[in-house]
Write a protein that binds this ligand. Structure first.
Ligand code: A2P
Length: 276
């Protein structure tokens, strides 16, 4: 059960390798490099976020690094994730470039961004990045149950996390169950359905009953299961609103009502369509 890995303060979960990942992070996918990204990361850190999720393919690692450094928040208090762009060949060389852009000497989590070219070829390089201390934890993203099976069959360091598109409307229950069985933390990206789920009638009605906005309801549905979430926003007030997910709970019937919104059929797949 996911929640067993949650820390006593309810704000983080332990990864299988012993590292701790905050349940709330700011995702910076689709935030343009420069002022918008610097502002979003700066606000998030001011508002108490201690987890920022970027990727080589987002083109904004430099802005994340600039904001992190200017914030004055000590490096060891912020969990930084980046992702290996699998159009490149060497995860270690690519991470060295990321570290330079981020102005840090290691990341907390380094993920294979998607299984382009197969599930396994990049994994030895990811493990090398881990062994070199450039990445404290290593994992994957957009991997299905079958692909997780291929990577874990390699032996060596297993993936600590699998970051996938996940929300009440994308409740990939078989994938979540498999991750839990293998001790892999499922992380939820697009937990608001890139904004589309905010208009869902059930979510809106529940938010009204709770006297909250739809976004915290959707995010709470994840964190109550011990699933890290990385909502994206470029607006300070929304970044603040998305952080208010530890001050209330959803009841079991409310969780069940949201569970029933799943449109994936409880799939074991990470994606409905490939983009590569
Ligand atoms: P914006 O960046 O303009 O604030 P996801 O995290 O699922 O990818 O969703 C991100 C989308 O949801 C973005 O379009 C973002 O818009 C919007 N969004 C994020 N937080 C909120 C919120 N609290 N209220 C309304 N919209 C939000």
């Amino acid at each position: 059960m996911t929640t067993s890995a949650v820390t006593a303060d309810g704000r983080a979960r332990m990864l299988a390798d012993g590292n701790r990942i905050p349940l709330l992070g700011l995702g910076v996918w689709q935030i343009p490099d420069g002022r918008p990204c610097i502002d979003a990361v700066t606000w998030a850190l001011e508002l108490g976020y201690r987890h920022i999720d970027t990727a080589q393919s987002y083109g904004n690692e430099e802005s994340v690094g600039t904001a992190l450094r200017a914030s004055g928040v000590p490096r060891d208090q912020v969990f930084i994730t980046t992702k290996f762009f699998p159009g490149n060949r060497d995860p270690v060389a690519a991470l060295e470039q990321s570290l330079r852009r981020l102005q840090v000497d290691h990341v907390d989590l380094y993920l294979v961004h998607w299984p382009q070219g197969g599930a396994t070829w990049a994994w030895p390089g990811m493990q090398r990045a881990h062994d070199l201390g450039q990445a404290r934890s290593v994992g994957v993203s957009n991997f299905s149950v079958a692909q997780l099976g291929e990577v874990t069959a390699l032996g060596g360091t297993p993936p600590a996390a699998n970051q996938v598109q996940f929300s009440a409307l994308h409740y990939r229950r078989a994938l979540l169950d498999d991750c839990e069985r293998r001790g892999i933390a499922l992380e939820a990206y697009s937990p608001l359905g890139t904004g589309r789920h905010l208009g869902n009638a059930t979510v809106r009605k529940m938010a009204e009953q709770l006297g909250r906005s739809p976004a915290p309801v959707l995010l709470r549905w994840c964190v109550q299961r011990g699933i890290p979430v990385i909502p994206k926003s470029t607006h300070r007030e929304r970044i603040a609103e998305n952080a208010d997910i530890f001050s209330f709970q959803l009841s079991d019937p409310q969780m069940a009502e949201l569970d029933a919104l799943d449109e994936t059929g409880g799939t074991d797949r990470a994606l409905e369509h490939r983009w590569w």
